[in-house]
Design a protein around this ligand. Sequence first.
Ligand code: SF4
Length: 469
Amino acid sequence: MTSDLTAIRRTVSRWKKGSEGPVLIGGPVTSEPERALEKTKADIAVVGEAELTLNELLELGLSKSDSPSENDLKNVQGIAYRGEAGIVFTGLRPVMARSIYDSLVPSTEIITDYPLYRSARVYVEVLRGCSNYHRTTLSLQHTCSGCDLCQEGSLEERYYCPDGIPPGCGYCSVPSLYGPPRSRFVNRVVNEVRGLLDKGVRRLVLSAPGFLDYGRDLLVEPQPLTDPRHPEPNYGAIEGLLSELNKLDAIAEGKASLMIENIKGNLVTERAAKVLGRYLKGTPVNIGFETGSAEHSLRLGRSSTPRENLTAIRRLRHAGMKPYAYFIHGLPGQTSVTVSETVKTIDTSVEAGASRIILYRFQSLPMSAFQNEPGAPPASRDPLSKGIQDAARRANRRLKENLLGTEIDVVIAEPYDRDRRFHVAYPMLHGPVVLVEGVEVSAGDVFRVVVEELVSDRIVKGRPVDAMF
Ligand code: SF4
């Protein structure tokens, strides 16, 4: 991630002490490839979708010890590398067609190389890209001439903005980097999940910038899904995927859990909430508000209004899920009015059933419409942002207190390094990190614990009441 530049630099420097071979980096951090290479001292940056680029590099002789020649590298689309005359960027590779994307089979073997894979959340991609092709009108760099194509145009017309404003929410680079959604077929996802369960993975997250976009692309194919609101979710595709996954033994028997990440509030119809609740009861789901002001939301280029998000939270809660509400402080366009509306919306979202408030600080991302805006200062240095932070903290404290005395199922991760009497455990479904005392356990064991003490904002202590498996 872009925020991981320093961690990447440290990793590259350690790596280079033990290896002569080339270092490749990828992910959103490389959407500003020259900077990423300069700061991290890596040799090659892979920009955007990486799979085809990596295949090409391997065919050209990339190996643990060797890099392809500069002559070869300059013909590979989607990379930046250190050439004789400085850093060279070969330009973006077009996003993959769905059929190609869906034919790629991720490894399920490699997971055991990660030390905590039995207790970690393991992400399985079910779709790539985002359907929000609205544009922000808050970018300092671009002026919106008001043609309204991104709100009212056909799916093809929404793709390009005549004023050159990057698509999507102003602070986000997902549509620019990964294009509109392309979904994977059910059997591909099921095979991957089965492979991971066989290796001992316990907590699986179906990853997507918007899970309710799953299969919506199929409803408009061959046109690109560039409308975040129409058509409605593809209920059949979503139900087909979730029901097949729920038939897998470990999931059916409760030995492993299945979760989703983000959904767009405007797509949470009554029917969508019911389908999700049927298969994902008790699991968290993220709803991005980012601001509590309807006008600010529209100007940011968001697909849903705060009111729609509140309705989504009520519906999801009613369906038995644990919605988390996301906000960002320090966004372009933040004023005392947007802050007071955001503070109100934080409280209302808790009343509506939000299980947790997550607050981020605005950071400008390369390839987003706000890429040239300055990042926000910490909330402690900005009275307006501080107002939002205080509201989020108050709300989370109230929610955490409700946890005392409740029982949750957790999976043991590792001994707690600050106090060896305890083990760190993660909730199977939803909740904070739990410190479990005095049990003979090993990584991957699942316990039911009762929450006895709040340690901090993120940690509680729990007493085992039952070994589950
Ligand atoms: S924040 Fe979400 S909805 Fe907005 S553009 Fe990014 S991925 Fe799409």
